[in-house]
Design a protein around this ligand. Structure first.
Ligand SMILES: [Zn+2]
Length: 317
């Protein structure tokens, strides 16, 4: 590694197979001393503004003199969904980018986009931090998630170092989803986390601060940033299972609980109403836990995602 610390900023236009207008606005920083290479990204989903803002501000103010190792970063990897204010999916093929990693160079536009992001940012990195928030119609309690993998011990340490109230592990057999960036990275031997704070299409300074503090804390933990690691607040929990609840029918969804609220098995979490305002479905908690995210829009399709319940909770020592 060269001894001269530097920050390089560049815009990389992506191949014709990606959605039109796709590009990666990349910041690459090289520190004065050797150390790991860490990939930082946000904006996999188009309207998760607090995480994008945190990474953008972190990179704007970055001093490479204080770095050991290197960073490769992109604060809005899914420019198309950002520009069109499209939550969850990529316009065109309608796929969720965070179900498509590590991507496919011969696949649909979102799959090609996932491949390009993985290739430019993640492959070749030693660690990945993928920053998210609740999307346009999603409230959440801040959490960091890591996936079952041979490298999961390192991923868990990163998730704990991020300092958020909940640390979620998802197993291979009971994972609610596949194809996440952090899961694909971990499967390729790169310890990785998904960090979630903020939501509902808002730019929230509290959530930006959580992301910034978490980012600095993990980078200190990895030895990339100098300085003492901040001590996270107490009252944190590990979550051993992430249970996603869906509606049976289309209708009008109203949650009866809030994110971060303790619920017991059998408690009423919300209802789905028909067009006349009558209850057609009651959503009961399948076990004790805490809603980590809740869909805030009443509009719900059949099999629509309503709520993510953190379960199998234990105090984080
Ligand atoms: Zn997201």
């Amino acid at each position: 590694m060269s001894a001269s610390p530097a920050v390089e900023r560049r815009v990389v236009p992506l191949s014709g197979g990606t959605p039109s207008g796709s590009e990666l606005v990349i910041t690459e920083a090289r520190g004065a001393t050797p150390g790991p290479r860490v990939a930082l990204m946000a904006g996999v989903h188009g309207c998760e503004y607090s995480s994008m803002a945190a990474l953008t501000r972190f990179l704007r103010d970055l001093d490479p003199e204080g770095l050991a190792g290197s960073l490769i970063c992109c604060p809005i990897v899914n420019q198309v969904s950002f520009r069109t204010r499209t939550p969850f999916v990529v316009p065109g093929d309608g796929k969720n980018l965070n179900r498509c990693f590590p991507g496919d160079p011969n696949g649909s536009p979102t799959e090609v986009l996932a491949h390009e992001i993985f290739d430019h940012l993640v492959r070749g990195a030693d660690y990945l931090i993928d920053m998210h928030a609740g999307d346009m119609v999603e409230a959440l309690a801040p959490f960091a998630l890591y996936e079952e993998a041979p490298v999961e011990d390192s991923s868990r340490q990163m998730a704990e170092a991020f300092g958020l109230p909940y640390v979620v592990r998802t197993g291979r057999s009971d994972a609610p989803i596949g194809g996440t960036a952090s899961g694909a990275a971990a499967s390729s031997g790169i310890p990785a986390i998904t960090a979630e704070a903020g939501g509902r299409g808002l730019l929230e300074e509290d959530a930006v601060s959580l992301h910034l503090a978490g980012l600095r804390s993990v980078l200190s933990h990895l030895g990339v940033l100098a300085g003492p690691r901040p001590t996270p607040a107490g009252g944190r929990w590990t979550v051993g299972r992430f249970v996603w609840l869906r509606s049976a029918v289309a209708g009008w969804w109203e949650a009866r609980v809030t994110t971060g609220q303790r619920v017991g098995e059998g408690d009423l979490l919300g209802v789905v109403l028909d067009a006349f305002g009558h209850e057609v479905e009651r959503i009961l908690s399948p076990e004790d836990g805490v809603p980590l995210f809740i869909t805030t829009s009443p509009a719900v399709t059949a099999d629509g995602l309503l709520l993510g319940l953190g379960a199998d909770m234990r105090p984080l020592a």
